[in-house]
Design a protein around this ligand. Structure first.
Ligand code: AP5
Ligand code: MG
Length: 220
């Protein structure tokens, strides 16, 4: 059972590296932000609730988020493990995940902490486009798609996320520092392996380090 956490501030490159991590680990990539956007798209009650928080860059309440994630981890494809992106984002979410894994006789295998700081996060997110189908990220100037407005990976339409506007981006980064940063410390105190990866380099260099870190976890 492999339970890997992709950790890092908004814009660090978690979504960008997700496919490589999933391929290297052989377990599904599960992103709570993508799940909320899927609910938004389908017009569900949960989607409407989540939107009121996401549009302001605030966290969706823990009870809602934890319930949604636990239901997802009960799906058969997650039985052998998963790579979590954007969860846990609070200490209460971390406790809920730890308890769920303990019930399965296991624990978090490792944390991949992708580090990027300050204005680079704002620059990346201000120019980001994501696709309707699976939230695959691209960037208008740094990583433009081959066909404008179309996702290179699945051919669906690209759009600018409602929360990728400068004031909301800055609030998301502040919320990360206040509410989510302590989650890393929580796992450090538990002795969970943590790989710190410099995310402010070329995508391919970051990817090589991320894959090496996943393979190292599998060996343990
Ligand atoms: P979520 O969707 O998780 O957003 P986020 O954490 O803000 O992270 P991002 O998706 O913005 O960043 P990323 O690290 O994936 O970066 P990416 O790879 O796209 O959450 C959205 C909202 O949902 C939250 O604000 C909250 O409201 C709610 N939510 C979700 N989970 C929750 C939870 N657990 N609890 C409560 N609420 C929750 O890359 C960004 C850009 O940079 C792209 O344009 C990309 O092309 C570019 N880029 C990537 N790598 C590089 C590189 N090496 N060099 C240059 N550019 C790069
Ligand atoms: Mg993302």
């Amino acid at each position: 059972m492999l339970a890997v956490l992709l950790f890092g501030p908004p814009g660090a490159g978690k979504g960008t590296q997700a496919a490589a991590v999933a391929a290297a680990s052989g377990v599904p990539h599960i992103a709570t932000g993508d799940m909320f956007r899927e609910h938004l798209r389908s017009g569900s009650e949960l989607g409407r609730l989540a939107r009121s928080y996401m549009d302001r860059g605030e966290l969706v309440p823990d009870d809602v988020t934890i319930g949604m994630l636990e239901a997802r981890l009960d799906q058969p494809d997650a039985a052998r493990g998963f790579v979590l992106d954007g969860f846990p984002r609070t200490l209460d979410q971390a406790s809920a995940l730890d308890a769920l894994l303990a019930r399965r006789g296991t624990r978090v295998s490792g944390v991949l902490d992708i580090e990027v700081h300050g204005e680079e996060l704002v620059r990346r997110l201000s120019g980001r486009m994501v696709c309707r189908e699976a939230s695959h990220p691209s960037h208008v100037t740094d990583a433009p798609p081959a066909v404008p407005g179309i996702c290179d990976i699945d051919g669906s339409e690209l759009y600018h996320r409602d929360d990728d506007h400068e004031d909301v981006i800055r609030n998301r980064v502040a919320v990360f520092e206040q509410e989510t940063r302590p989650v890393r410390e929580h796992y450090r105190e538990l002795g969970t392996p943590i790989a710190t990866i410099d995310g402010a380099r070329e995508r391919a260099e970051v990817e090589a380090d991320v894959i090496a870190a996943v393979l190292a976890l599998e060996d343990t």
